[in-house]
Design a protein around this ligand. Sequence first.
Ligand SMILES: Nc1ncnc2c1ncn2[C@@H]1O[C@H](COP(=O)(O)OP(=O)(O)OP(=O)(O)O)[C@@H](O)[C@H]1O
Ligand SMILES: [Mg+2]
Length: 378
Amino acid sequence: MICFLVAADRGDPQVRSLSKLAESLGYAPTLVAGLAALRAERSFTDARRPLVLVADVAGGTLADAALRLAQDEQGRAFVVYVADSLSPDLYKTLVRSQAGEWIAWDTCAQELRDLTRSFASAEPADRSARVVSFLPSKGGVGNTTLALETGIHLSARRKSPMRVALLDLNLQGGTLADALDLTPRFEVGEIIAQPERLDEQLIDVFTSRHTPRLDVFASPPRRLDLGTVPPEIVFTLIDAIAKRYEAVLIDLPHAWVAWVDNVVQGSDAVVVSGGPSVPALRKLTQTLSHCDTLAIPAADLAVAVNACEVDLLGRVTRQAEIERPLAGRTLFRIRRDGAAANGALDAGRSLIEMAPTARISADIKALAEWCGAARNPA
Ligand SMILES: Nc1ncnc2c1ncn2[C@@H]1O[C@H](COP(=O)(O)OP(=O)(O)OP(=O)(O)O)[C@@H](O)[C@H]1O
Ligand SMILES: [Mg+2]
């Protein structure tokens, strides 16, 4: 999510601490000297849902302009006016706009945290794509496989196929493109250097087309410190891609970086993937506890326990052990089928295409249908 910090004096200690606070919440605020300059800023006018922090250190001089911005940008931008006080009338109008909030300097740390959390998880009004994050609880649990196969199913199902983008955020070079025998084309370095270059044409350049309904955005192998990737870049990319598709499926890295939480919070649904062994289930519950702190609505979160062992009849074994720590969660069990999974990888094709009648394919399709569904009832 793209963030702007409007402040006349960027050297002011309060402004500096607000900027640091925003960074600690996963934003990379762009400093702008005033509201007029902000309105003229292309990265602001082009952003799908920018967050604007208006830092008023001069006793309310920016209140009127902040309110006007919230009213003008209703439904697109969200304006947070930070000042010692705000008159009750202006406050009422600001809140009624549903596009702004006032927070006081002395409580801004907690209030901004709460506000950005609900802002990030709010359903954006103007986004067409359903964004689903696949969050691995540990490495090698099949997160990429599940995201990819979900994309294949949603884009190829007979009833209402969707236009799908698969976004591999393993920016050091993931395995998603390779699994479909595609050349990865997303050069994150290019937009880190010049974020304003991320226009429609560059998105085209970054696209690896699998089918007319399924595109992949994946990075070639690069030595890159994930922590140095500005969150803003990630959100701008997701925003830009979301405009073009009906579903955006995100393969998140296993290594945690601050922006991962914000991507998860900003998604319409989250699939936490894990394995069925005792240590893997422990990891899974830890990741789920972390998700609970991010206030993801229960109805928007599913757990995928992948590569479950089966008995001679093909039934998942150790069901009770798997279900116990996951009680109350939406749970999908995906059976282990090494032959189908490896056969697909070796062929550079999807396993549900290669083995459409295998049980593993049926399991993945059930998960995929959940991912493609409209908002689930709580
Ligand atoms: N249900 C399954 N049964 C058998 N093998 C599977 C299953 N799901 C995935 N695999 C295999 O497990 C391996 C790891 O899968 P994948 O790359 O999807 O995991 P990952 O969580 O994305 O790993 P990484 O942490 O490296 O990103 C692959 O060889 C894949 O084919
Ligand atoms: Mg992976």
